[in-house]
Design a protein around this ligand. Structure first.
Ligand code: HEC
Length: 193
């Protein structure tokens, strides 16, 4: 890298060198920030979540690896896994949040209102599920594998009734194809069962 400081004669040589190294390091660390893996914080308390509590099982699926590298949940609108995703949601979430995520003991999860705005993004949503929030929303790290957490998220996102434009967790391609969930049609199709 050509450093402008090397052109200035009155700057001592060692300073020129260290400044250039410094600039290079700064550049590399900036690139590092852009490529950094997502970080997870407790939704209400803000402390960094310790992911080592996670169950051994389900840690090294492709979905988990991709999610920890990029923050993208590849189960979102992935036909191959939606049935499994629905099962996890039905077992672990629907009692409190409702079959269609319309809300029950816990708040509705199928529209774009969030008590904690970070749940609009999958990194925030994962943090809420892994680490819990207040009251009855306990941490799930002892109850679900990391892979199952991603599956429960995918079904919750599938139940979304808002405009596809606001489904920011989807890739552009999946967002174009996304149809807001309609519980009436699901009832007829037996999808809600
Ligand atoms: C025992 C009942 C219970 C279960 C089971 C439960 N939740 Fe919750 N959940 C709650 C309650 C109560 C809140 C409100 C907590 C708060 O405001 O801090 C909540 C809050 C949330 C929020 C935050 C919503 C917002 O508006 O920001 C999300 C997301 C969420 N739950 C997802 C899930 C998912 C996904 C599952 C299943 C893996 C699940 N919950 C299981 C009771 C539950």
């Amino acid at each position: 890298m050509h450093c402008f400081l090397s052109k200035i004669d009155w700057v001592p040589r060692f300073v020129r060198l260290s400044r250039c190294t410094g600039a290079l390091l700064l550049l590399l660390s900036c690139a590092g920030v852009a490529l950094a893996s997502p970080r997870f914080f407790h939704t209400t308390e803000g402390y960094p979540l310790d992911l080592s509590y996670a169950m051994e099982e389900g840690r090294d699926t492709e979905a988990v690896k991709t999610f920890f590298e990029t923050g993208e949940n590849i189960y979102n609108e992935n036909e191959e896994f939606l049935e499994e995703a629905k099962e996890v949601y039905a077992t672990m979430c629907s009692a409190c949040h409702g079959r269609y995520a319309e809300g029950k003991i816990g708040p509705g999860l199928n529209d774009d209102y969030w008590t904690y705005p970070q749940n609009e993004h999958d990194v925030g949503l994962f943090s809420t599920i892994y680490g819990g929030a207040r009251g009855q929303m306990g941490p799930m790290w002892g109850a679900l594998t990391l892979d199952e957490m991603l599956l429960s998220m995918a079904w919750m996102r599938h139940l979304y009734t808002g405009s596809p434009d606001t489904a920011t967790w989807l890739t552009e391609e999946k967002r174009k194809a996304f149809q807001p969930f309609q519980s009436e049609t699901a009832e007829q199709d037996g999808e809600g069962s």
